[in-house]
Design a protein around this ligand. Sequence first.
Ligand code: BGC
Length: 753
Amino acid sequence: MDIEKILSEMTLEEKAALVSGEDMWTTKNLSGLGVPPVFMSDGPHGLRKQNKIKGEGKKDYEEYETIEAVCFPTACATASSFDRELMSRIGIDLGKECQAEDVSTILGPAINIKRSPLCGRNFEYISEDPYLTGELSAAYINGVQSQDVGTSLKHFAANSQETERMYADSIIDERTLREIYLAGFEKAVKESSPWTLMASYNRINGEYSSENDWLLNKVLRDEWGYDGVVMSDWGAVSDRIKGIAAGLDLEMPGSRGVNDASIVDAVKTGKLSQEKLDTAVRNILKWIDKFLLHRHEEVFDRDADHEKAVRADEECIVLLKNDEGSLPLNKDEKILIVGGFADNPRFQGGGSSHIECHKIVSALSIKDNYSDNISYIMGFSHDKDEMEEGCLDKLEEAAKKVDKVVVFAGLPDVFESEGYDRQHMRLPDSQNIIIGKLLEVGASVTVVLHNGSPVELPWKDKVHAIVEAYLGGEGVGETVMNVLYGRVNPSGKLAETFPLKLEHNPSYINFPVANHRVVYGEGVFVGYRYYDTKRMDVLFPFGHGLSYTSFEYSNPKVSQRTVNIDQGLSVSVDITNTGDRPGKEVVQLYVRDMTNATNRPIHELKGFDKISLEPGETKTVTFKLDKRSFAWYSVDIGDWYAANGKYVIEIGASSRDIRLEEEIELTGSFQIPPKFDQDVQLGELLDYEPTREFTEKYFAKATTQFSNSDTGELDEMARALLQYMPLRTLRSFGNMDNEMVQGILEMLKNCTR
Ligand code: BGC
């Protein structure tokens, strides 16, 4: 496509037409200009391609039928794999499916931060941690796009709840935005250049994302260098003209011509510059062209992809607890399976990511492949909080005749979905009652969980084992059985903390909204950044996950003890499989800032790797750290900043299971200067290297009763008393006039030259 030529030939009306969708899923057809429509499909864990069915008198929403596709594990599950390669493989498979189905762009990944366990869409999101989120989403995007198909990184940004999702105003300070809610997007944009990005529904500090010049033009394009298409979430456009000027290229699904007309009018009346419109058109043409240029045939082999979905899920399941080696089960043990999810697994969530599945495997349907000693009582339903009549007596009797009971528990569909948030963090009462009853009669209980987000587990200490299956895609029944019977050694780790109870979550007092405002009052202390800093007991910490084998961490090495900030460093550690089966370990690296330059979480994840080890085998894992691994966002300097000083590198198996620590000293950075005006506090001047000596001497002289007559330095108490006094108070307490205060300010400024 000769984009500039097409652009020069387009009429204003054609340009206005191209910047919004033709219908729910396609761009406008401008074939006369050599610009055919391209198709988009929801994802991100499978294709929700909706084909148009033509029919007399059909309403819009009835006009589509969804193709049969393969449901891979959802993001809450794949996040637990901590496996970049897996994300990339899934991306490649989905990219191929897109080519086979003529889909230009899959609408994902969705990477909003898991702020509260209650967010109805948590199952679609990756983590409470932005580093993990960025790494995994970049791997997925690179996978999809290697097949010459686009992705749409969504929902940009600060859209971490469903309540009032299309209207609420997220009130967030800039540091929190940058460090927590934008950092995953930043990484994905810089490391994988998604072809498109989706602006979210909500407002951020008063401005809708889809018309937020600061967010789309300044941060995304100018700072991060993004050059793809920005599209709106479906229906997320309020003021279309403002949106184009702010960098929103494509409105989806469109406005039936209403906004096309306003765009034409705005350009004619000078309210919108032709140049801004051309930028949007150019971005869209480049995207369409990229897809058409490498369009090729592919086969969507649904059976083969089903197998891939099962294999993928095997990397994701998290073994949360396993007392006395209760798992894996032995085929000779008598097992009672309880719970509707054994027959009807919950493996995906409701809303726009919902896949019409090709094939669903339940644990019950394949139980005979694992053992002849499995019996089943439903007990409770998979789709509502309902107990089977008279089941408690039946369960008591049956439990006494078996060696172990496996309860397939979880959240029914209606409990969590796109469009609304959860009301509480509990499992359905019927499930807790049944698990309680089984424990009461002395059964050895294993619980398998099917949920998209953490749940409270009141019986956690009493059951023998807990398997977190999350929403593991259409093959989850097979994966769970493989894990239960030891054909697969679990290797997933939690990408989120399970708090003891909802009230412990840091967003609790502000979630979900008050007066249409969502106050992100906990700041950067989200997830483990909060629980770990406060040293709170949790159900299961971030990064936690057990294996049927064991791993030893040894021989930590840092490339330098004194690290220049511009050079970075590498850290390595040896991991040995000390058990008797092959297994995989997710090794995690956290950085603890000891400099006290600002208030920070006790530690933050800055590296991870998943390795596979045979029994007795040792491998060395190496991490590369750079300035960003140590930095926080300073609003004062408008940049990332890492102070000189001491940092501890922690290496461990979870955020609460740190096995090794190494201290390093960072150098080569600078100290953020205080603001030199009459409000500067004396303590700031004493802390700032260039003004320290002058301030100390000057005030030691001025306050002789506090200074050490031998050294002429301020004593400890004087320092403590003076530190919070603004310079201007010398007028009140130091017999100074304005001129003298100004004079001191000048002398202080001189110290910095
Ligand atoms: C969702 C998006 C989705 C779009 C199209 C919106 O309601 O928020 O994630 O891609 O619909 O279905």
